[in-house]
Each structure stands twice: as structure tokens, then as C-alpha cells.
Design a protein around this ligand. Sequence first.
Ligand code: UD1
Length: 417
Amino acid sequence: MDKLVIEGGVPLHGTIEVSGSKNAALPILFSAILLDSPFSFQNVPRLQDITTTIRLLRMLGLSCEQEGNTVRTEPGALNPEAPYDLVRTMRASVLCLGPLLTRLGRARVSLPGGCAIGARPVDQHLKAFEQMGARFDLEGGDIVGRCSRLHGAHIVFDMPTVGGTENLLMAAALADGTTILENAAREPEVVDLANFLRSCGAKISGHGTGIITVEGVTSLSGESYSIMPDRIEAGTFLAAAGITGGKLLVKNCPFAELETVVGKLEQMGMEITNSEEGVLAQCGKAGLHGTDVKTQPYPGFPTDMQAQIMAMMTIASRSSIVEERIFENRFMHVPEMVRMGAQITISGRTAMIRGVEHLIGAQVMASDLRASASLVLAGLAAHGTTHVRRIYHLDRGYEEIEKKLNAVGARIERVEQ
Ligand code: UD1
């Protein structure tokens, strides 16, 4: 198992480029199940979760190859079973459920694993598929879904779920009749999926709002689509400029989709400007100061940036409060940051952070994807050496992170433990 060894205290300077979005790429790749044509997906990040998705698509009967940032798929005889060995490593595997049900009328998918950030049920997905005519049984830890043909329905989600909205969007694209998704997630990745499906002939409107309408069509096909840039990776780079007191030009940065994050970083004292070249981010002369953040569904502050902004708060002047409203168990980075000298107390879903002069390098353990990123940020800012263990989480979501950060001055080494 690899770990990252980070020599902290170096301000980052230079140009850094954002890769394609993992969270957009996953549902878009699973949509290959819906297609009647060979397809070329561009700007796909090279990440563990993408490798898992490709393996899963192959097991489900598609031909699928990755070359650099391109993934090519070809339709094949579909097999409706997603095996536990693959699914347990990636929660998003549940996104094959909608495409399989709508194409084959059958699907067997293990109950998902993935990041350890709370219970994360899929009840909303299943309830909605039931409204479209599917029945589900739990057999040996697998969700087994059956239907003759999915039909349109008026679905009202209890909460705006990203994965649920995506799964239903894919299923509804080829279902009989019209589906209305109410209280739908408005995340940019949902919009990217809808844009991709539309480019293949799907009839979708209202994406990006809380009500999405999908008129089912009989087939979907196309040639090529380029995945949107990763707003969370981009936000992490902006935070890296801020926490190290450096200055970064972040290229390929989805600025409009980062409005709330940029607003908070500016409140903390960062100067961020968007231009044709990219987004220039640096810490203002007065340094970082505390702020309050509450995570919310888009366009609110993303839970996937919560740990990273908390890393910045640990060395900001004044106190900060972070309220985590999406996942109940997403403060696992806190005890690790405390080991680095941060002053953080947790009460339920709220963390209170008192900024300290500086963090001190320590041995820390990554617990989930974004927590890992926050520990890398903390390590970049800390005095001394930080060892971040269990970085397989990081590799699930950040393409060549140490290479990118080292190119702008970071001193990160990947070593085998
Ligand atoms: C996606 C993202 C993840 C991000 C999250 C919230 C991917 C691959 N992952 O996860 O990085 O942190 O959105 O922006 O895109 N819920 C239920 N029942 C359900 C579905 C969800 O109770 O059937 C709850 C969840 O427990 C959570 C909330 O709804 O509290 C939001 O979850 P959801 O938006 O579905 O997150 P994911 O799609 O899993």
C-alpha cells in the first residue's frame, strides 16, 4: 500500500490543469449500456473508479477500452449481473441499475460499498424504479430487479439525490412514456449527464432545475462526448493556493459551477479572478481568516469540498464553523487534523475550528476520498513532514495528484509502505 510523504511549508506557484470530472464520468460511462452505437468518451480522468467502471461494463457485456483520457465502448450481448467483488469497491456501481433495467428488464447488483461516510442508502432509487414498474428482492446481499418494461412516472424524491436522479434519468431515457423527476438534484454532473444523453437523442428538459422531464425514446446512439472538468478537483487546487500562501493559475476550471466555493474562499481572504486563460487564485495580503460553511445540495456549498475548506480553516485567523448537512459521518478527517495540531471540536453535524498559527507534520490516515485531499492540503501547509496513509482513497478520485502538485512546487513523494 502506498503512502504520500509531504514536506510542507512551500507556497505553490504556477499553472495547474483540472482533469475531467469523476462524478460526471461515472454515470456517463454507465450510460454506454443504453447505446446502440460504438462511442468515444473524451476527457475521462484516469482513476481507480474509472478502471472499476470499465471492468464492470465489460462484465455486463460491453466492449470497453481506455486509452489515455479516451474510453471507447461498443455494445454487446448484455449480462444483467454486477458482481460483489467490483461493486463493493465503488458505491457508484449502483448506477448500472437504471440502464440495465430499462434495456433488459433485469438487473442484479450487489448493495453498494464505497466511501465510509455514512449509511448512504439507495431507497430513493429503488422506490422510483418501482413507480416505473420494477420489482425488487434482496437475494444474498444483491438487489435483484425485474420488470417487463419500465414506464414513465411522476417521481418526487424525498431529498435531492445525485445518484438517484442520474439513475432515473438513464432509465427514463429509454422507458415508455414521460417521466417527471421532482425534487431532482441540480448538480452540474447531473446536467452533464443530461447533455450527454440529449446528444445521443434523449428527450430531456429541465435539467439543472428541480424538475426534470424525460420523454422516453426507443433508441440512443451517438459518436463522441467530452466530459466536463472536475469542479471538486478544481476547488481543491484553489484551496491549495490559499492554504500554502501561493498563487496558482487553474486551467480548465469550471468557474461558474464553483460560484459558492469561490464565494467562501473569497470570504476567507483569497483573491480569485477568472480570465480566458484560467482562474487565478492567491491568498490576500491579510492572510486567511475564518468563515462559516454549511454543506447543501447544489448550488449550495458542496459536501465534497467540506474537508478541504476545513483544512484551510485550521490555520485561519478567527474561528470557523462547519455544518455538514448531507452526510452524517463526514468528519473523519478531524481527528487526523487534530494530530497535526488543529483545534477542532465536533458536536453532532457541526465542527468548530479555532485557527492555529501553523499545523505540524504528522502521520495521518486517509479515511475517504475528500478527507484524503484535505490531509494532503494540510500536509502542504504544515511545518515538517506529513505521511498520509491509505491513499488508495485519493487515487479513486484525483488524477496524478502528486505529479500535478509537484509541478507547481510541492514536495510530495509516493512511497511503498
Ligand atoms: C454523489 C457524489 C458524491 C457527493 C454526493 C453529494 C458521485 C459518484 N458521488 O453521491 O461525491 O458527495 O453526491 O453531493 O456522484 N440518500 C438517501 N437515499 C437514497 C439516496 C440518497 O437517503 O436513495 C441520501 C444520502 O444518504 C445523502 C443524501 O441523500 O444523505 C445525498 O446523497 P446523494 O446525492 O444520493 O449522493 P451520491 O449520489 O451517493
